[in-house]
Write a protein that binds this ligand. Structure first.
Ligand SMILES: [Zn+2]
Ligand SMILES: [Zn+2]
Length: 157
């Protein structure tokens, strides 16, 4: 240490009561905590996006070793949709395909249903509603009865 460093250290330690070492230690502690939070977030996010858990583990390790660089790479490379979103999209696609063919299916689980079904026989979801004034079976999303025009209350999906 030269004279200048010594005076600075003396000034900080004795006059301000600040210990340079403890400042350095707290920076390292904060850095490590942030790194672990980042790794934790990346792994749990990756588990929702990849079918293979090894890939999630590899991403976690990458972030652990490369810190922010790995984190940025993950954000760029990760699949846009989570598996849940992808499943929902595929189900919806199947539902649309069947409806175009005139086959009634459950919007929730895609089971093929009979034309007059009010509830899904596989998952129990309400797939249609009966008009309270004329008895006509309407689509579960219908706002008005297709036979008598009675207005339905809003349907929750
Ligand atoms: Zn169903
Ligand atoms: Zn009606």
């Amino acid at each position: 240490m030269d004279y200048q460093e010594l005076t600075l250290s003396y000034f900080l330690t004795d006059i301000l009561g600040v210990n340079l070492k403890s400042i350095a230690v707290s920076f390292i502690v904060i850095g490590v905590v942030l790194l672990f939070l980042m790794v934790n977030w990346v792994v749990s996010d990756a588990l929702r996006r990849y079918k293979d858990t090894t890939i999630a583990a590899i991403w976690g390790l990458t972030v652990l070793l490369t810190n922010v660089i790995g984190f940025v790479l993950y954000i760029i490379w990760r699949p846009v949709y989570t598996m849940d979103e992808e499943d929902a999209y595929n189900l919806y696609k199947k539902y649309l395909e069947y409806s175009l063919q005139g086959i009634k299916t459950c919007y929730k689980c895609s089971s093929v249903l009979e034309e007059d079904s009010l509830f899904c026989t596989n998952c129990g979801a309400q797939v249609a509603k009966k008009c309270t004034s004329c008895g006509q079976v309407n689509d579960y999303l219908a706002k008005f009865c297709k036979k008598c025009g009675k207005q339905f209350k809003a349907t929750k999906r």
